[in-house]
Design a protein around this ligand. Structure first.
Ligand code: NAD
Length: 337
């Protein structure tokens, strides 16, 4: 098999533990991956770099176009801008795909969910524009900017993905009743594009009602496409419905680059304890395997993880067990044979 270079960012907090676990699992498959590790964020500053996104990291990603990433801490309120947001913007990773699939063996509210959230990943409230606090600290503002072409490409992406994966429905989640400009444009474009896809049902829901409906009748949803901030929140909500953030993978897709990571963050409350659930990053690696046209390896990985969770064999505390990250990973590796 020819070699496929992959940039690896281990990230902060629980990041190194769960990314190392994933690399151990990937080593048991014949993937042809060749890893280049780079550092970003606080880890880069601590290592003496002057930027949170050092040139060496950017160059590696430009070359490989494929990234496996652990969560990276972002200081809240003050401090440098999110490296996650900046990387999505820099590499134009416009589609954030977050599948939520129920797993037997989890203590979750529902056991029959299969929802994919497609989140616009570069614009909207996270475009980073116009963030200002007045000198007296009493007034804050931020700008939400989304263009017609950004709306078009994310909505088309969602419908194309739905078609390619044989999904039945795409729901546009919006707030066009209040945010008439930004959400209004998103909805208008969504209605136009949905006409081009006769084979896929389309509906629309206001985002607050969407949150309520997801909690009460999640089985009614299939693919949800929405803007950046709403997608961030709704996809965490979906992860909660199937048993928590430790199970939720995400893919950030652009034309020339794709980055695979957990939906969750660096979990400072459990960092350094070797109890984080590595499933999210292992399943992100499965998405990466699919992306590079290795569906069999992706399915082997998923089957192994699902079997460990279903049989409650050495699962981590978030799933009601008492295993460490390492022991959970050993169980996955045993299942891979
Ligand atoms: P978080 O997602 O890190 O944690 C929320 C809760 O979920 C915590 O109780 C945590 O222990 C639990 N959790 C998360 N992942 C888990 C896992 N794999 N196994 C078991 N439990 C898990 O959210 P937060 O605390 O709000 O954010 C912490 C930091 O992460 C912040 O700096 C934030 O900016 C950053 N963050 C980064 C990314 C990213 O890199 N893509 C995404 C979200 C947040």
């Amino acid at each position: 098999m020819s070699k496929t270079p992959v940039t690896v960012i281990k990230g902060d907090g629980i990041g190194p533990d769960i990314v190392n676990a994933t690399l151990r699992v990937l080593d048991c498959l014949d993937t042809g991956f060749e890893y280049q590790e780079v550092i970003v964020g606080q880890a880069a500053l601590d290592a003496g770099e002057s930027e949170v996104m050092p040139e060496s990291a950017l160059k590696s990603i430009e070359k490989t176009g494929l990234v496996l990433k652990g969560p990276v801490t972002t200081p809240s309120g003050k401090g440098y801008r999110s490296v996650n947001v900046a990387m999505r913007k820099h590499f134009d990773l416009y589609a954030n795909v977050r599948p939520t699939l129920s797993m037997p063996g989890t203590q979750s509210r529902y056991n029959n969910l299969d929802i994919i959230t497609v989140r616009e990943n570069t614009g909207g409230m996270y475009s980073g524009q116009g963030q200002k606090v007045s000198e007296d600290g009493n007034r804050a503002e931020a700008l939400s900017v989304i263009t017609r072409s950004e709306c078009e490409r994310i909505i088309r992406f969602a419908f194309d993905m739905a078609r390619a994966r044989g999904r039945r429905k795409v729901t546009l989640a919006h707030k066009a009743n209040i945010m008439k400009s930004t959400s209004g444009l998103f909805l208008e474009v969504g209605r136009q594009i949905s006409e081009e896809y006769d084979d896929i049902e389309h509906d629309e829901v206001i985002v607050d009602a969407c949150a309520m409906k997801l909690v009460m009748h999640p089985e009614r949803f299939d693919v949800i496409v929405t803007t950046n901030l709403f997608g961030d929140i709704l996809s965490d909500l979906c992860a909660g419905l199937i048993g928590g953030l430790g199970l939720a993978p995400g893919a950030n897709i652009g034309e020339n680059c794709a980055m695979f990571e957990a939906v969750h963050g660096s979990a400072p409350d459990i960092a350094g304890k070797n109890i984080a659930n590595p499933t999210s990053v292992i399943l992100a690696a499965a998405l990466m395997l699919e992306h590079v046209d290795q569906p069999e390896n992706a399915n082997r990985l998923r089957r192994a993880v699902r079997s460990v969770v279903a049989e409650h064999d050495r699962v981590t505390p978030d799933l009601g067990g008492n295993a460490t990250t390492d022991r959970f990973t050993d169980a996955v590796i045993e299942r891979l044979g």
